[in-house]
Design a protein around this ligand. Structure first.
Ligand code: PRT
Ligand code: ZN
Length: 284
């Protein structure tokens, strides 16, 4: 018995999906055109598919699980369960208009042509806002449609915004925020579900570690209470005595985002020789 999990064959989610699987300690070769690739040291088989096909294959039980963008799931219109956000492939689905369009509200889209490869999400959004517009479905490169005279607006994926910028467009409404997620089929069998649980446990440990750093610092013993009060760790820090009894080393684990905010305060409180090290896994 093995878990069949779909990942994108070739695109923006592919490298990050392989990296995540490798960081989970699972050895699997790159698909390189093959549809199925078994893992060496974990009961799992990768299915290498176009991202648009992944939600439906998961929903139908052709595969047990998948890694795909939330935008693609919503556009597919199928029911699957998201079990974990994966923190990569972040983007948003937005409406954009030419820079010289003086935009005020979503009503400005009334009777306008909007080019998109996301007609389902767009039609839902327009309906919810009581706007009647003309959806012009295209299969790629929506950003060139206004310049070609095909539409007055576009609805497309944006990440840095530089594609909009270089096509003279401005983002005016964000409709959906998206990232890659792990999804599971409603038809998954018990044995595969158990394997998926083990995989998700490893993924959680990897994702937690990406935000977390191992920190050591030196401090005079009498400064320890002040320093400890600044450190929001997983647990109370460990103290390692120095040969000189008036000094100690303090070891702890902190969220990297918090760490940069407190570093000056740590130094003021008497910390020196601060080392920040990456962590591979955090098993809470
Ligand atoms: O062949 P296949 O169908 O599998 O791939 P695809 O061409 O449909 O998808 P792909 O590989 O382009 O994207 C896969 C997923 O990555 C998307 O469904 C999103 O969930 C996510 N993602 C994250 C993005 C972007 N960022 C992104 N920037 N998908 C597309 N883009 C496009 C965007 O539309 C724009 O045209 O990249 C361009 C550059 O974006 P800016 O704003 O950074 O300039
Ligand atoms: Zn696609």
């Amino acid at each position: 018995m093995s878990l069949r999990i779909a990942i994108q064959k070739s695109g923006r989610l592919t490298d990050s999906s392989y990296t995540l699987i490798a960081e989970c300690g699972i050895e699997v070769e790159r698909a390189n055109g093959k549809l199925k690739i078994p893992a060496y040291n974990f009961p799992m088989e990768l299915m290498s598919l176009r991202d648009d096909d992944i939600p439906k294959y998961v929903a139908d039980g052709v595969v047990d699980a998948g890694i795909v963008g939330e935008n693609t799931i919503q556009e597919s219109g199928v029911e699957v369960t998201v079990i974990r956000k994966l923190g990569f492939g972040r983007c948003r689905l937005s409406l954009a208009v030419p820079k010289d369009f003086s935009y005020t509200t979503v009503q400005d889209f009334s009777n306008k042509r909007i080019a998109t490869s996301y007609p389902l999400i767009l039609s839902r959004y327009l309906k919810d806002n009581g706007v009647k517009a003309l959806i012009h479905e295209i299969s790629g490169s929506a950003e060139i449609a206004p310049g070609m005279g095909l539409s007055e607006a576009i609805f497309d994926v944006v990440s840095s915004g530089s594609t909009l910028q270089s096509n003279g467009l401005q983002e005016v409404e964000t409709v959906l925020k998206s990232e890659a997620v792990l999804i599971v089929s409603p038809k998954i069998e018990k044995d595969a579900e158990e394997i998926l649980c083990q995989l998700d446990f490893r993924i959680a440990a990897v994702l937690r570690a990406r935000h977390t750093k191992y920190i050591t610092l030196n401090a005079p013993r009498d400064r320890v209470p002040a320093i400890v009060s600044l450190l929001p760790g997983l647990k109370s820090p460990s103290l390692v005595p120095h040969a000189d009894d008036s000094w100690v080393s303090l070891h702890t684990v902190v969220d990297e985002d918090n760490f940069w905010g407190i570093i000056e305060k740590l130094k003021e409180a008497g910390a020196s020789g601060i080392l920040v090290m990456p962590i591979e896994k955090v098993v809470a």
